[in-house]
Write a protein that binds this ligand. Structure first.
Ligand code: AMP
Length: 285
């Protein structure tokens, strides 16, 4: 018979959450936060496992943050599955799920916005204008609400990881930010809650993104010029059925565009559409 695991408790208020975390901290125990928007998959669970290795207690937040979705984006249809998420977390024995309502998170009339200049510009920041302000504001709030020793984010959202590292430095938030490698399907597609939007045919096409990116990264590593490699990769992606939002080589820490030949540390970043579904991926060169 399959082992039964107790469900993880859910708290919905800052007050209840702080009571738990304050108790742990008073006992001298360490706390890790894994922020998510739910619809959990192996990518999220890998962050939780790392959190457990690093700290005595793990808080997983589940909050579909309205302010990081643009007009016409998928805030309304974003998958919400709290009960299934609780079941997925049960065997991992995370300590608590923090799942605030929108009004608990934002209160009556919020008028503070966190904007991280520089790393928020370009890539996803260019195509989703207010996205990173929404992310930076909600993550600042989560860090102040939870008060963890460490917080863990996936390299799947590499630009987001850099935005968060920058804001914690700039605002002196006493937390260590860790990044964890991208978890992929066997065929190379990066796990994402949005993969559920793909039709069977689109799901067949989707892994070609990673295949083309790998070929491009190899060509760039061998010393070929960025412009030529990107043009050839873009052609392949379009032929496979993707609409390209961006395909760019950037410095891995500053996100400054790389031109000419690649000098490490650099990464290849892509955002593409299959019909309405937007997929993002990135690869170290
Ligand atoms: P999300 O629920 O999409 O906001 O993601 C929550 C966290 O999980 C973010 O730090 C993501 O970067 C991370 N994440 C999402 N997909 C993956 C993946 N395939 N591998 C590793 N981390 C991921």
């Amino acid at each position: 018979m399959a082992a039964r695991f107790a469900k993880i408790p859910v708290v919905r208020t800052v007050r209840a959450l702080r009571k738990k975390v304050d108790g742990w901290r008073l006992a001298g125990e360490s706390v890790a936060l894994v922020p998510t928007m739910g619809a959990l998959h192996e990518g999220h669970l890998s962050l939780v496992r790392l959190a457990q290795k690093k700290c005595d207690h793990v808080v997983v937040s589940i909050f579909v943050n309205p302010t990081q979705f643009g007009v016409g984006e998928d805030f309304g249809s974003y998958p919400r599955s709290e009960e299934t998420d609780r079941e997925k977390l049960a065997p991992l024995k995370a300590d608590v799920i923090y799942a605030p309502t929108v009004s608990e998170m934002y209160g009556e009339a919020p008028s503070t916005n966190v904007h991280v200049a520089g790393v928020s510009d370009g890539l996803c920041g260019a195509s989703r204008p207010d996205h990173f302000d929404g992310v930076a504001t909600v993550v600042s709030k989560l860090l102040l609400q939870v008060n963890p020793h460490i917080a863990i984010f996936g390299e799947k959202d590499f630009q987001q990881l850099l935005v968060i590292k920058q804001l914690t430095r700039d605002l002196n938030i006493p937390v260590k930010i860790l990044g964890e490698a991208i978890v992929r399907e066997k065929d190379g597609l990066a796990l994402s809650s949005r993969n559920a939007y793909l039709s069977a045919r689109e799901r067949e096409i989707a892994p070609k993104l990673q295949q083309v990116m790998k070929q491009a990264a190899a060509a760039l590593k061998s010393g070929r010029q960025v412009k030529a490699v990107i043009a050839s990769a873009a052609k392949k992606l379009e032929k496979a059925g993707f609409r390209i939002d961006y395909l760019e080589v950037r410095h891995s820490e500053t996100l400054v565009p790389v031109i000419g030949k690649v000098k490490p540390p650099a990464r290849l970043f892509a955002a593409v559409y299959l019909r309405k579904t937007r997929l993002i991926d990135n690869l170290k060169i």
